[in-house]
Design a binder for this molecule. Structure first.
Ligand code: ACM
Ligand code: ZN
Length: 691
C-alpha cells in the first residue's frame, strides 16, 4: 500500500487531467452509487471465477463477521482464505493505524488484471470497498471488473434512513431487507421510529401493556382507525391489527445492522405523539383519562419514572451513542390548565409551556448523559431553550438545524421538502395516494445540506442527512419499498459524495441501473424509467394580457406560500403538481380576492384561474368563484358566478379551472374565490389568465 493515495497534489493533477481531457465519459462507465470520490481507469479487467479466493486479511473478530456477511452476497460461493494468496484473489486488507485514510469509513480499491485489492484503516472502510465491488459485479455480468483505482471516503459521518413502524407495523424481516439495501448504498444510520400515537412497537418488560394493548388497533386500516375513534384493543381481540418487536427481535435487528456497519438509533416519542401510551397508562397524562391528551404530563414525577424506566430498557438493547426522544409537534394544550404542570412551571421558575417542554427535554437528556448516551430530537426541542449538548434533527426546513449549529450544537438535516419520502414521487394521478407533497428523485437530489451562510466550524457540526418514511398512507412492504427506492439513493449520494462531484444526469443514469438491480434482488422500487414528470403546464410560460400588471390583494396571501410574491399571479408561470413548489400562492382561512389593473380599458374575452384540491393537507378548491369587471375601479359588473362541483370527500388530487368566456371590456378585473369554510383550509392558485 502506498501512502500517496490521499496526496493532494496528486489529486489536483488528476482532477486537472480530468477537466482538460474531458474524460467524463470514462468515469461514466461505472454505475457505482454513491459516486466515489475519485476513479482512475486502467486497461483490462479482472475476472471473478467460481474459484477466485477472497483473502480476508484482518483480525479474527472482524474476519468472521465479514465472512458471514459475504455469505449473503453475490460473492457467497467464493472460497475464503485467511492466508495470503499469490495471485488471482480478492484481497481485503485492514491497515489499522494507517493515517493516510481520512477516516475509518474510507477505502482504496485497486483492481488490476491480476487481483482486486481493498484496503482501509477501519472495518467499515473495508466493508464499503466491498460494496463497491459488489455493485460493480451486480451492475455488470457478475464476473468482470474493470481495472480501476478508486479512492473513496464519505462527506458526512451520518447517512440516515428513518422508518415509521408506528402508523403501520413492518416486521423484522422487512427491516433487515432494508438494512441490506442501506449497506449497499453506504448508509450507516437507521432511525427506527418505534413509538407514536398510532401504536407502540417495542417490548418493554416493565410495562407489558405497551405491547399487549398499545400495539393493537381494532381496525385493519389506519385511516379507519383515525376516523373511527383512534382506540386500541387487546392483542387477542379478533380485530387486532398491529404488532411489535420482542426484545429478542430488537437484538437480532441491531446485530444484523452492526454486521453491516449500521447503527440503529431508536426513537421513543415524548412529550407529544404519545396517545398510545396515555390510552394505556392514563395516569401519565394531565387529565388522568384515556383517549384525552396527546402529551405526557411533565408536571408529574410518574411521567419521568415511566420514561426513565423505558429508556433504561432501550439503552440495554441499543448500543447507539445517540437516543432519539422525538420532541416534535407537542400541542402542550393540557399543560396550560393542568395544576401539576402549572406548579412545575412555578417551582422551576419557567415562563411558559415552551420552557416546560425544554425542562422536560433537558431532564431526559441529563438522564441519558448519566448513562453515557446523547440526545437527538426533532427541531422543536429548541422551543423554550436548547441545552448546549443536544443534537437537532431539522425537519421543518433547515432553519432549526442552522440555528443549532450556529449555537454550537450538532444537527442532522432532513427537511420535509426534500427528505420526506412519503410525498408523491411522480404525477399524482399515476401514483398511490400519499399524505401530500411532490418530491421527485431530482428534487431530493437537489438538496444541499450545508448552506453557504455557515463557517467551516458550523458546517462541521452538520453531521449529515436522512431520508424519512412516515407510513400513514403506506401499509404494505411493497408500497414502502416503492416509496423508498430510488429516492433514498439520492440521500445516500448527498451524504457520501463530495458536493463538487454532483451531477444530476449522471446520478439518474446510475439510479436507473440501481433500480434494475434492486428489482432483480426482490425489491419493489418505483420504475424510474417510466417517470411521467411534472404538470405539463409548468414547463411552458402562459401568454396573456395581464402579465406584469398590478395586482391588489383584498386579503393577503400566506407568508408560508408566497410563491413569487405580489407579481406571481401575473408572471406567466404556472404551478406544478403540488402547492409547495414555490409557484402556487396560498391563502388560509378566508377568501381569495384580487383586483388586476389592466391600466386602460381593454377588450376581454376570457378570465380564468386554476385551483387545486388535496384533502389530506386541507387544500380545497373554492366553493364559488365570482368574476367581475369595472371601468373605473368603483362600479363592478359581474361577468360570471361559477360553483364548485368537486366534493369535499374526494381523496385524490384534483385541479379545476374556474373561468369566464365571452365579450366584454374593462380596465379592472376582480377575481373572488370563496373558501368552503372548513377551518384551517387552504386555497391555492398559480395564475390569473386574462385574454
Ligand atoms: C415530523 O415529521 N413530525 C418529525
Ligand atoms: Zn400536566
Amino acid at each position: 500500500m502506498n501512502s500517496k493515495k490521499w496526496n493532494i497534489t496528486g489529486l489536483v493533477v488528476l482532477l486537472l487531467f480530468v477537466a482538460v481531457t474531458g474524460c467524463q465519459k470514462q468515469t461514466n462507465e461505472l454505475s457505482v452509487l454513491p459516486r466515489p470520490q475519485s476513479v482512475e481507469y486502467h486497461r483490462g479487467v479482472f475476472t471473478v471465477t467460481p474459484s477466485t479466493p477472497i483473502y480476508l486479511n484482518l483480525p479474527e473478530t472482524g474476519r468472521q463477521a465479514l465472512a458471514d456477511y459475504l455469505q449473503t452476497t453475490t460473492l457467497s460461493a467464493q472460497p475464503v482464505s485467511v492466508v495470503p494468496v499469490a495471485s488471482g484473489a480478492i484481497e481485503l486488507n485492514l491497515n489499522e493505524g494507517d493515517d493516510s485514510f481520512p477516516d475509518h469509513e474510507a477505502y482504496q480499491l485497486v483492481i488490476t488484471r491480476k487481483k482486486v485489492e481493498i484496503s482501509a484503516a477501519g472495518e467499515a472502510g473495508l466493508f464499503y470497498g466491498l460494496q463497491t465491488v459488489l455493485q460493480m459485479l451486480d451492475n455488470g455480468d457478475g464476473q468482470t471488473l474493470s481495472a480501476v483505482t478508486i479512492n473513496d471516503a464519505p462527506r458526512f459521518p451520518y447517512r440516515g434512513m428513518h422508518l415509521d413502524v408506528s402508523r403501520n407495523f413492518f416486521d423484522k424481516g422487512f427491516v433487515k431487507k432494508q438494512l441490506d439495501a442501506m449497506a449497499r448504498f453506504k448508509m450507516n444510520r437507521f432511525h427506527w421510529h418505534l413509538t407514536d400515537g398510532a401504536g407502540w412497537r417495542i417490548e418493554i418488560k416493565k410495562y407489558p401493556k405497551l405491547t399487549s394493548f398499545a400495539a393493537w388497533r381494532p381496525f385493519d386500516e389506519l385511516q379507519e382507525w383515525w376516523t373511527g375513534g383512534r382506540t386500541f384493543c387487546d392483542q387477542n381481540d379478533p380485530r387486532a391489527t398491529g404488532g411489535y418487536y420482542t426484545q429478542d427481535d430488537i437484538r437480532e435487528v441491531v446485530a444484523y445492522a452492526a454486521a453491516r456497519h449500521i447503527t440503529v438509533i431508536p426513537e421513543i416519542e415524548m412529550p407529544g405523539h404519545s396517545e398510545e401510551v396515555l390510552a394505556t397508562y392514563p395516569e401519565l397524562s394531565c387529565s388522568g383519562k384515556p383517549y384525552t391528551n396527546e402529551d405526557f404530563c411533565p408536571g408529574s414525577e410518574k411521567t419521568f419514572e415511566f420514561l426513565e424506566n423505558v429508556l433504561l430498557e432501550v439503552m440495554e438493547l441499543f448500543p447507539s451513542e445517540y437516543i432519539h426522544i422525538g420532541g416534535d409537534e407537542a400541542p402542550k394544550t393540557s399543560w396550560k390548565t393542568c395544576p401539576r404542570c402549572q406548579k412545575r412551571i412555578a417551582d422551576e421558575q419557567l415562563s411558559d409551556v415552551e420552557e416546560l417542554q425544554s425542562y422536560m427535554i433537558r431532564r431526559i437528556e441529563k438522564f441519558l448523559n448519566a448513562h453515557g448516551r446523547k440526545l437527538i430530537g426533532w427541531d422543536e426541542i429548541r422551543q423554550g431553550g436548547l441545552s448546549s449538548t443536544a443534537t437537532v434533527m431539522s425537519w421543518r426546513g433547515t432553519e432549526g438545524g442552522i440555528a443549532a449549529v450556529k449555537a454550537g450544537n450538532q444537527a442532522i438535516m432532513t427537511p420535509g421538502k426534500y427528505c420526506y419520502l412519503d410525498a408523491y414521487q411522480d404525477a399524482p394521478k399515476t401514483q398511490p395516494l400519499t399524505i401530500g407533497g411532490y418530491t421527485t428523485l431530482d428534487k431530493v437530489y437537489s438538496f444541499e445540506p450545508v448552506p453557504d451562510s455557515l463557517d467551516s466550524g458550523e458546517a462541521k457540526r452538520i453531521l449529515g442527512v436522512q431520508g424519512n418514511l412516515w407510513t400513514e398512507f403506506i401499509s404494505t412492504p411493497e408500497h414502502a419499498e416503492y416509496m423508498l427506492y430510488p429516492r433514498i439513493l439520492a440521500l445516500a449520494e448527498i451524504g457520501w459524495s463530495p458536493a463538487e462531484n454532483k451531477d444530476g444526469a449522471d446520478f439518474r443514469r446510475r439510479a436507473l441501473k440501481a433500480v434494475e438491480v434492486l428489482e432483480k434482488k426482490g425489491y419493489h422500487p418505483f420504475p424510474l424509467d417510466q417517470e411521467v414528470g411534472d404538470k405539463p403546464e409548468s414547463f411552458e410560460p402562459v401568454e396573456h394580457i395581464a402579465i406584469g400588471k398590478k395586482v391588489v390583494y383584498n386579503h393577503p396571501y400566506s407568508k408560508s406560500y408566497t410563491a413569487g410574491g405580489d407579481t406571481t399571479l401575473v408572471d406567466g408561470v404556472r404551478g406544478g403538481w403540488m402547492y409547495n413548489d414555490d409557484r402556487w400562492q396560498g391563502f388560509i382561512d378566508g377568501d381569495f380576492d384580487v383586483v388586476i389593473d389592466l391600466e386602460e380599458i381593454t377588450p376581454i374575452k376570457e378570465i380564468s384561474a386554476e385551483f387545486m384540491q388535496l384533502k389530506g393537507p386541507y387544500v380545497w378548491v373554492p366553493k364559488q368563484v365570482i368574476i367581475s369587471v369595472s371601468a373605473d375601479g368603483e362600479q363592478y359588473g359581474t361577468l360570471a358566478v361559477v360553483d364548485n362541483d368537486i366534493p369535499e370527500e374526494e381523496e385524490t388530487l384534483q385541479f379545476k379551472t374556474f373561468g369566464w368566456q365571452g365579450e366584454s371590456q374593462a380596465r379592472y378585473v376582480r377575481y373572488q374565490a370563496l373558501s368552503n369554510g372548513i377551518a384551517g383550509g387552504w386555497l391555492f392558485t398559480d395564475e390569473i389568465v386574462i385574454r
